[in-house]
Design a protein around this ligand. Sequence first.
Ligand code: ZN
Length: 132
Amino acid sequence: MDTFHSHPRTAAYHSALVGREGVVVAVLTNGTTALVQLDGDAWDLPGGVRRWPLRWDDLDLKEPVGMVALPAYVTGWKKTGQSIELHAVEPGAKVAVCSSPARPLPMCGWSVPFSVTASRACPRCVALLKGS
Ligand SMILES: [Zn+2]
């Protein structure tokens, strides 16, 4: 990642942030900014901060297509036995594409786009989205 396009407060940590890896955990500011959660140990993080707002232009995305596009479906979750499944939910709905009830993510609410490549993505939701 780079900080060239990002907020000055983020860019101030340029040297500490460049080259790091992380995951996009939320989309901010009408989709222009990504909240990135850095990989690594707490003591090793720039300023001790794990989550950074970064402009998309600064990110070297490994899977850019699904994340950058405006979300047609957001991520909801449901606990099934011991495991948690992530479901695709139309914005505003409380029922997933696969007809399962789903709840907003505890940290991010309904702001996270559904990703068919997420490791815990509901296979029925993924199949329905790919088939339509
Ligand atoms: Zn589902």
